[in-house]
Design a protein around this ligand. Structure first.
Ligand code: KG4
Ligand code: ZN
Length: 338
């Protein structure tokens, strides 16, 4: 059985085909970065309109790469939330229309569950149960995963998400949208320890995060060095990344200790960051545990993660109807067990 997955929650249109036995068969992606870049961030209305244009050509391409016909598909999965409402509606409408025309079910998928299980797209899969660190543009979550669909929240950000902190810090340093990857490149030339920023909330004995203060500390550093900012920018980027990596490491360590688990799954856009991957890998090596990451292209938004979860929910009989329903806000805890 082969399912098509459509991702359209923000600024990337992703389409992929997933087979229940062979796994990922093909995937295609269109990024809207160039379109939004001149505005310095995502313009929701432009995003929605662009998704509408991109889905059908990407579906054709994904089918062509898989050497398949549309009629070979058993269902159409799509991101039903959380995300930008217009962008979600674009994908939901196209998925619904396609499923209806083909006479197959459509399957609504939770975007963050897609991210969370993206490391399962790799050959070596994490064994359940595990702790998952989800670090994206809108979420920073630590979750205990008993099994797919059963998600116990251990901690979350009380203010900015990790990706949001990367993006806002990048803006302060004059790095164009999207900030995270640009900040990583800049930090690669920075001196370690030249700037030491606060590690927020590490003394709190819980697994929650706070990144708003970190961003303010970077702002203060840029003001203090305004006359020589160009010379210290890379060092500031490095200092920011180190503070972020330290905080994530400390909270992951706490979550693993609290749950008694030794498997850590790291997913979401920020998990593409090499410094953060290295740090969390080192943590797991130290405690003789195992870390799992998605390949970099599946850390950020993509269709493969939606097709994979779509297949799981399809097999569990958790199908949608053809009503266009999206959930801009949607806690993971509301999902049904698989
Ligand atoms: O998971 P994602 O693609 O979309 C959401 O669901 O939000 O995450 C996007 C976030 C953005 O904030 C982006 O700046 C960040 O992930 N990001 C990175 C890197 N690549 C993407 N942050 C740090 N380093 C990167 N290499
Ligand atoms: Zn995402």
């Amino acid at each position: 059985m082969r399912i098509l997955g459509i991702e359209s929650s923000c600024d990337e249109t992703g389409v992929a085909i997933y087979d229940d036995k062979e796994g990922l068969i093909s995937h295609t992606l269109h990024t809207q970065i160039a379109m939004h870049a001149e505005y310095g961030g995502v313009v929701p209305e432009l995003a929605s309109r662009d998704h509408i244009k991109r889905v059908v050509p990407l579906v054709r391409l994904a089918l062509e790469k898989a050497n398949m016909k549309m009629s070979d598909l058993c269902a159409i999965a799509y991101t039903s939330g959380p995300g930008l409402i217009g962008a979600l509606l674009s994908g939901a409408m196209e998925a619904g229309a396609l499923a209806y025309a083909l006479g197959v079910p459509c399957v609504p998928v939770h975007h963050m569950e897609g991210h969370l299980l993206a490391p399962m797209l790799e050959a070596e899969k994490p064994k359940l149960p595990f702790v998952a660190l989800l670090i994206s543009g809108g979420h920073t979550l630590l979750i205990k995963v008993e099994k797919p669909g059963v998600y116990e929240l251990l901690g979350q950000s009380v203010d900015d998400a990790a990706g949001e902190a990367f993006d806002k810090t990048a803006k302060l340093l004059g790095i164009p949208y999207p900030g995270g990857p640009g900040l990583e490149k800049l930090a690669a030339n920075g001196k370690s320890g030249a700037f030491v920023f606060p590690r927020p909330m590490i003394k709190n004995p819980n697994c929650d995060f706070s990144f708003a203060g970190l961003k303010t500390a970077v702002l203060n550093a840029t003001i203090a060095h305004k006359d020589s900012l160009e010379e210290v920018k890379a060092d500031i980027a490095k200092g920011f990344t180190e503070a972020m990596a330290d905080t994530l490491e400390i909270k992951c360590k706490r979550a693993l200790k609290q749950t008694g688990l030794k498997t850590l799954v790291v997913a979401g856009g920020v998990s593409a960051n090499t410094d953060i991957r290295t740090r969390l890998q080192q943590l797991m090596d130290k405690i003789h545990g195992k870390a799992f990451f998605a390949r970099r292209e599946f850390c950020t938004d993509n269709g493969a993660m939606i097709a994979q979860v779509g297949m799981l929910r399809y097999q569990a009989g958790q199908l949608g109807d053809f009503k266009i329903k999206v959930h801009p806000r949607w806690p993971l805890s509301e999902l049904k067990a698989l």
